[in-house]
Design a protein. Structure first.
Length: 158
């Protein structure tokens, strides 16, 4: 798995948690990968490795430019420092292990301590959502809306 991450995103990323290679995040019936990782500078390999760094959490609150938000990202829990979600949209029969995936994303500033996956209906279409629960037990959904990844709070889980 670490070999896949280094091949697709570079040596700047280290896997730190759950990884799934069998979820369909973009609704094309081809498996995609979602990998919890850590990186001190996720913008570093963006050009060389052809991935897009996005901040769906910041976007939800009105400003999601990762070049800016990464500079002042302060986590309540130091264990969440430099945490990212790597998403690979798989291509053809090879899925996320394709040498040239359909698309690659690094999601920054998404607060999570636990991750899960659920299906939800969005605009009359069933989508896979990443359920992210943070240290305050606030649950949020991260999902592909057809154009980009979005973060949406769902409330407290207690």
């Amino acid at each position: 798995m670490q070999e896949l991450v280094e091949k697709q995103f570079g040596p700047e990323f280290q896997i730190v948690g759950p990884a799934r290679l069998d979820v369909d995040m973009n609704g094309d019936d081809i498996p995609d990968a979602v990998i919890a990782a850590r990186s001190k500078d996720p913008l570093l390999g963006e050009g060389e490795y052809h991935y897009k760094v996005i901040d769906p959490y910041g976007d939800f609150f009105g400003y999601g430019n990762p070049k800016v938000t990464l500079q002042f990202a302060m986590k309540a829990d130091p264990a969440q420092d430099n945490m990212v979600l790597l998403i690979i949209h798989g291509a053809a029969s090879e899925g996320p292990q394709a040498s040239v995936p359909k698309a690659k994303f690094v999601l920054v500033n998404v607060p999570y301590q636990k991750l899960g996956f659920k299906h939800a209906t969005l605009k009359k279409k069933v989508v896979t959502t990443i359920m992210a629960e943070d240290v305050d037990e606030v649950e949020a959904a991260v999902y592909w809306d057809g154009k980009k990844y979005k973060w949406e709070p769902l409330g407290s889980s207690h």
